[in-house]
Design a protein around this ligand. Structure first.
Ligand code: ATP
Length: 364
């Protein structure tokens, strides 16, 4: 586990302080808002699988398909149903194994929302209003505040309090380590502070565990279309993201159309050449290169067309087995249902144990 914490120096120090004594509990979640894209894969899922495969016998690994988070933006019921199934098939296809990891739908474990309410009674509106992610979902500027009329008319309570539910997801399982992409770093800090404040001021006992963030080396994969924005399931066009289940033709088309620049050759400069740098990073993280310099050394004299073809080769080679496994799982809806039910049962048990302690400390 320490190996993966190394990507964030701060995390490493925290990890080391917990490794000797406590068993580790890894928890993370993904929204069923579409099939995972390369950002989800490199920023989260690849690391989820590595963690699952490297934990010790006393450690626990829990991954949730966070469907309650998905409804913070309006969703059609049939679409949500499809995305939930597709997400479960995707998680299994990338290598998550229900024998090693607890995999479940968040809405199957009511303790998440129960703890959320209790945390909400303590969470500060001021702190929540400084969170930035909801702004990107609302088509308002980064500097907008909840005092502005435009924001007030669009912002729903669920989207605003999303970080409290996310904190409850983590804390209800007493997670010690949470692997996420860089976009979630602020929410994790919030969860940590909420755990400390709730223990000190409400529970008056160390019932909740302060989680450590594990940042993936691929912290932020950018959109192929607008490289200033992160690749996302729900924002940007189909050409902005590569799904982990895309066919070879789709991958090649999207990379061919990816926004780059007119500068000759291949070089890495995230400020001056964000599009090219994004492709270099993608290749680096997928191909297992030591660092971006190794890719630049290999590709610096290539034309942009030849470089893109090389990036596409790497992506196709990596995603091909995932796509085929995904299609296989989709053909087995009964097996998917069983995996989700068994995961939910284990998650309910674990969350129920925490809630028992929380309720007792509160005075219920
Ligand atoms: P949505 O677009 O619906 O908000 P999303 O694509 O941003 O979804 P989430 O389901 O919110 O993805 O996040 C799942 C995990 O993937 C999180 O750990 C998040 O940090 C990570 N992640 C999401 N997008 C990226 C990205 N572009 N680069 C790296 N990691 C990412």
């Amino acid at each position: 586990l320490l190996r993966f914490a190394r990507c964030a120096g701060q995390s490493q120090a925290r990890c080391q302080s917990t490794t000797a004594a406590q068993p580790k509990v890894v928890f993370s979640g993904i929204q069923p808002t579409g099939i995972p894209h390369l950002g989800n894969y490199l920023g989260a899922l690849q690391q989820w699988v590595k963690l699952q495969d490297s934990i010790g016998p006393n450690d626990t690994v829990i991954y949730s398909i966070v469907d309650l988070h998905a409804i913070t933006m309006p969703k059609d019921a049939a679409q949500l149903r499809t995305w939930r199934t597709q997400m479960l098939a995707s998680l299994l296809a990338v290598g998550l194994d229900p024998a090693k990891s607890t995999i479940f739908y968040q809405s199957d474990v009511p303790a998440h929302t129960e703890l959320m309410w209790m945390l909400s009674c303590h969470a500060s509106m001021g702190y929540l209003s400084r969170m930035t992610q909801w702004k990107s979902k609302l088509d308002v500027s980064d500097s907008s505040t909840i005092d502005s009329e435009k924001v007030r008319s669009k912002l729903k309570l669920g989207l605003f309090s999303y970080p409290v539910l996310q904190a409850a997801d983590i804390l209800v399982h007493r997670a010690t380590h949470v692997p996420v992409g860089d976009d979630q770093r602020q929410h994790l800090e919030f969860a940590r502070e909420l755990a400390i404040g709730f223990n000190a001021n409400v529970l008056r006992a160390p019932v909740l565990v302060e989680p450590t963030t594990l940042l993936s080396p691929a912290r932020r994969v950018m959109s192929l279309e607008k490289p200033a924005q992160k690749m996302s399931k729900s924002q940007g066009s189909e050409l902005s993201r590569i799904y982990i289940t895309d066919s070879e033709d789709e991958i090649r088309l999207k990379i061919r159309k990816a926004r780059t620049d007119g500068i000759e050759g291949v070089s890495y400069d995230t400020e001056a050449r964000p599009g090219v740098s994004n492709l270099i990073e993608m290749m680096c993280h997928l191909g297992g290169a030591e660092n971006v310099d190794a890719i630049v050394g290999e590709c610096k004299d290539l034309s942009m067309q030849a470089f893109k073809a090389k990036v596409a080769d790497t992506v196709v080679e990596h995603l091909e087995p995932i796509r085929s496994s995904y299609l296989d799982y989709l053909d087995r809806p009964g097996a998917l249902r069983d995996i989700a039910e068994q995961g939910a049962e284990k998650a309910r048990k674990r969350a129920g144990d925490t809630m028992k302690d929380v309720k007792e400390a509160i005075g219920f």
